[in-house]
Design a protein around this ligand. Structure first.
Ligand SMILES: Cc1cc2nc3c(=O)[nH]c(=O)nc-3n(C[C@H](O)[C@H](O)[C@H](O)COP(=O)(O)OP(=O)(O)OC[C@H]3O[C@@H](n4cnc5c(N)ncnc54)[C@H](O)[C@@H]3O)c2cc1C
Length: 231
């Protein structure tokens, strides 16, 4: 009898698949992008995630790549005291990882309302994939500590109707990113978003998703809220 195939049915998101690290690229002081091999027949939609299974840990990451790309790419925040992000930061090129997926329902639903994408830090990842897939006519707020954390700004400046970096700890150098708001994304929405019904897509820190959901309820009646909480 032949050897039993290691790979499992591709249409089962719970099936374990093996991927290899192809490349790692630093985005900022605290964040990096990694490129992985794409398992055969691994299909996903923009906005979905993969789950790594490593020793006793399970960690989810949103896909930056598009469903048509030959490889899988991720944008990872380096948590210095973290358990798994340092593993991804230090793994040798060619290292193998066990993943499952795709997971999640944070995908784009077109409607007559204007989409407002709100991300904290690496919460920008699903929006990169959506925009690379052709989503247009959206507003996007990227909440980060300072201007040097604004990865993917070229993409969004080109395509978004309104791209606003929301800088929590702006430095002198931050006077230059055009259109920056000094404060949280929720603060920007409260002060500057014109009254209307929107589709809010919120991704990243739980506190931001909580604040923006409250604002949507109080100030933007008829809006819908879609969320992906990272931590
Ligand atoms: C659905 C989902 C999608 C996710 N997608 C991404 C992604 O695309 N990119 C990504 O970097 N992380 C993402 N995460 C978070 C990721 O799964 C890990 O939690 C993260 O990498 C930290 O793991 P760790 O073992 O290094 O840290 P841990 O030892 O688990 O420490 C966790 C602590 O790290 C901090 N932390 C966790 N994630 C982040 C982050 N993204 N930015 C800043 N601080 C963080 C928080 O303080 C958290 O309490 C996602 C989580 C979920 C649930």
């Amino acid at each position: 009898m032949g050897k039993k195939a290691v790979s499992t049915p591709p249409d089962n998101p719970a099936a374990i698949q093996i991927v290899e690290l192809l490349q790692r690229r630093r985005l900022t002081k605290n964040a990096f992008e990694i490129e992985l091999t794409r398992p055969p027949s691994f299909e996903f939609k923009a906005g979905q995630t993969i789950r790594f299974i490593h020793e006793s840990m399970e960690r989810y990451y949103s896909l930056l790549s598009t469903p048509d790309d030959p490889t899988l790419t991720l944008c990872v925040y380096y948590v210095p005291q973290g358990s798994f992000s340092p593993v991804l930061a230090n793994a040798a090129i060619g290292a193998a990882f066990r993943i499952t997926g795709p997971h999640g329902y944070f995908t784009f639903n077109p409607s007559e309302r204007t989409p407002v994408f709100v991300a904290t830090g690496t919460g920008i990842a699903p929006f990169v994939s959506m925009v690379r897939c052709g989503v247009a006519d959206f507003i996007i707020l990227h909440e980060v500590a300072s201007g040097e954390d604004l990865y993917f700004q070229d993409l969004f400046r080109k395509i978004a109707s309104n791209y606003t970096p929301c800088l929590l700890e702006p430095s002198k150098a931050d006077l230059s990113p055009p259109g920056s708001f000094h404060g949280s994304a929720a603060g920007f929405i409260k002060k500057n978003l014109p009254p209307a019904s929107y589709d809010f897509y919120l991704c990243g820190e739980r506190e931001m998703t909580r604040e923006v959901t409250l604002l949507a309820d109080e100030h933007f009646p008829g809006s819908y809220v879609f969320k992906e909480v990272f931590f």
